[in-house]
Design a protein around this ligand. Sequence first.
Ligand code: SF4
Ligand code: MG
Length: 330
Amino acid sequence: NEYLLEIKELKKHFPIKEGFMKEKKVVKAVDSISFNIKQGETFGLVGESGCGKSTTGRLINGLIDADSGEIIFNNHQIDSLSTKQWRKVRKEMQMVFQDPYASLSPRMTVKEILMEPLNIHFKNLNEKEKEERVELLLKKCGINPYHLNKYAHEFSGGQRQRIGIARALILQPQLIIADEPVSALDVSIQSQILNLMKDLQEEFNLTYLFVSHDLSVIEFISDRIGVMYLGDIVEISSKEKIFNDPKHPYTKALLSAIPQIGETSGEEEEVSLQGDIPSASNPPSGCKFHTRCPFAMEQCKTIIPRQRILNDEQTVACHLYEEGMINNAT
Ligand code: SF4
Ligand code: MG
């Protein structure tokens, strides 16, 4: 099995009370999504805020429980594990968060932050071995071990994220789920952190699920990309295909929204979004994108488009690509 992670029809709906009348509603945060991540690749999950990409990461990492669906990690089903069983998985799957400051304890030194997981999961190592491991990893993450006894607030945002990454890697996991890990950083620091993540991926043979709203970040880091809209994955394609030959009208619209640097051929069709993003608590019927899609047809209002494999690089959920609609042979 070439896949480290397999997600099958994963679903999470949140009940909420909305408005003056406290009307009971359901936010379809993640609405039956499926995708796989290969060993050693970076899978980018992109979409506007509120599309469900962070929830997807948290579901996979067991921070919240799914309503239904399957999560298969290393050929083991992990969606219904007990807390005790999770401890083993926890070692292999770690998160990097948007705000390293919030995720690093203010009362612990860098050394303590990195020693803690080792004390829990590597009881067989002695103190000196653990310390050596901490120092080596900090160095690899670009933090001088000279700073071992400092607290998180004594570091800059970029340095804090380096420490957050070191903490995620200290248990030698296979999968890193990174949720907007550079969104809070200055652009100049962003590329340093992204390059660091790429270097570490190569050195430790890591697999990344990388969540971001930022297409340029996603383009830089990803091998394959899933595009989310209102709790659905509307397209899964290789990076090259997403950026050079997008299929789903929503993917096309997202790309049209980025200002192009340099000249464009003028041949690409521009798709502009109509209207605002609908509320996730009351999403449109049929294809959820039909209220904003310039290609919407009658059937789009009622029939949910299913994922369709176009070729080994592209999967799309859109009625335009169903048999007999358009010949999209590529
Ligand atoms: Fe547009 Fe219809 Fe395709 Fe949805 S299914 S993206 S509404 S054409
Ligand atoms: Mg988010």
